[in-house]
Design a protein. Sequence first.
Length: 108
Amino acid sequence: MDPLIIIVIVIVLLVSFLVSNTEQTKVVEEEKESLQAEKKGWEDEEIIELGEIDSRKKSMLEMIETAFPDDSENSRTLKVLIQDWAKMKEKIFNDRRSWVRKPEQDQD
């Protein structure tokens, strides 16, 4: 075989390996960044206990009663939002702790 053909084949193989390696590296870097962003989100989240969620909910509901005694529609809307907030916080608290109680669900 002609040495020029062998050199061209080797160069093509090297280039193809380098291109595939850089693509794989990009995929791994993107996965790493998404995991880090998710971890940062969990770290930045305010962690409050169930009792504190209930006390905050009650104090906000009382505040609405005193702030909007004559505006029942807006008062009702705010109360629904506060109830939804409390449910969401309770779900987050329970989900955050669920791996301790039910580790088999994390493996699914």
